[in-house]
Write a protein that binds this ligand. Structure first.
Ligand SMILES: [Fe+2]
Ligand SMILES: [Fe+2]
Length: 364
């Protein structure tokens, strides 16, 4: 029964949270049960774990955070504002309904020892994502008498760095493989990373781009390099052909976007796949592979499109001479609203000298 109530309550709560009104949410629910903080067992836990280097929080029976030690404050870069918040809300939006239900089910079930363990992620607009292996244990007042925990102890093992390193290593192996095949230089992909990162950074404070947070900027700064990974699947005679491609060859060449999405399909960060698949879409809908337009194109791909084209214009290719920075800027500006999103072109024009510096400092 309790599980049912919690699930219903949680579903309701998510509706409210999705409207981003935490205040309403707090009014909607009963206050956190701070009475349990005077319980002897909880006082004991607080005393022995106060200075532990392992991040910990104490939660009431509805998983509201009542106390945290210094290591938890440091890990989550959050002060007292975390107190009173639901732990599930704290990990929103990474924590989906299914996982939240799993947590509530597990911590209220005797069979699972009133405990839960699993991976959680949290992050905000101005903070990088933190990934933790999390364990939630029950706290009883009197284990012989009680049939329900009075609260919970949550312990967080920070695995952010090891997770990022593992992903980056997988990513770099793929990138090395693609470099063996593609005739674009390693410097081209490094420059596209840097341009994309600068554009994302300049959109950070723009209220229309709420999805651009610190994590987004860090990610695009290395995932942009993967835009042409799908060229692994393009035959060498087409990829390295001197001079223009005929209609059949061009059709095959365009498939590098779909190939890229296929290669990156299981990569845990969706942005990699979005960039590979959509970096040749155009704002006006005349791009490929799908001809989608405007906001339908993921923002990461709209950014990489400008970065990639600027660099391609500046580079010498077998079929074209390099253009000057000035000429490349003029072309990008002319394409505002056509090939490129106007707001991103505005950012590009503000940053244009940084683009030139990046091109010169990472010259081929
Ligand atoms: Fe491409
Ligand atoms: Fe490129």
């Amino acid at each position: 029964m309790f599980v049912k109530v919690m699930l219903k309550y949680f579903t309701e709560r998510r509706k409210i949270v999705s409207e981003s009104t935490l205040e309403t949410e707090l009014n909607y629910s009963p206050k956190p049960n701070i009475n349990i903080l005077s319980n002897n067992n909880i006082r004991f836990l607080k005393t022995i774990y106060r200075y532990s280097t392992v991040p910990m929080t104490i939660l009431d029976s509805s998983l509201r955070i009542l106390w945290k030690n210094g290591a938890a404050s440091f890990l989550f870069k959050r002060g007292l504002s975390i107190i009173g918040e639901y732990m599930t809300r704290f990990f929103f939006p990474y924590l989906d309904d299914e996982k939240s239900s799993d947590i509530y089910r597990s911590i209220t079930s005797r069979e699972s020892g009133f405990s839960w363990r699993g991976r959680l992620e949290t992050g905000g607009k101005d903070t990088l994502t933190v990934i933790t292996n999390t364990m939630i244990f029950p706290i009883f007042d009197d284990i012989d008498k009680d049939d329900k925990p009075i609260g919970y102890l949550a312990i967080f093992d920070n695995v952010t760095e090891e997770n990022k390193t593992m992903l980056k290593n997988t990513f770099l192996s793929l990138l090395e493989a693609s470099k063996l095949k593609d005739n674009d230089t390693g410097q081209h992909i490094q420059r596209v990373n840097r341009y994309s990162e600068s554009l994302a950074l300049s959109l950070f404070d723009n209220p229309g781009y709420s999805q651009i947070n610190r994590e987004f900027i860090e990610n695009i700064g290395f995932l942009a390099s993967m835009h042409d990974v799908g060229k692994i699947g393009i035959p060498d005679d087409i990829l390295n052909k001197e001079g223009p491609l005929d209609e059949r060859e061009w059709k095959i060449m365009k498939e590098h976007t779909i190939n890229g999405a296929y290669i990156l399909d299981t990569y845990p960060n969706l942005m990699a796949k979005q960039i590979a698949l959509f970096h040749h879409e155009r704002w006006d809908g005349n791009g490929y592979p799908y001809g989608i337009n405007g906001d339908l194109i993921p923002i990461s791909a709209r950014i990489v499109a400008v970065a990639d084209v600027y660099d391609a214009l500046r580079m010498k290719r077998s079929y074209k001479d390099p253009l000057t920075h000035q000429k490349a800027c003029e072309i990008i500006e002319e394409e505002s609203g056509n090939h490129f999103e106007p707001e991103i072109v505005k950012c590009f024009l503000k940053l244009e000298s940084a683009f030139s510096d990046i091109y010169n400092s990472l010259a081929d």
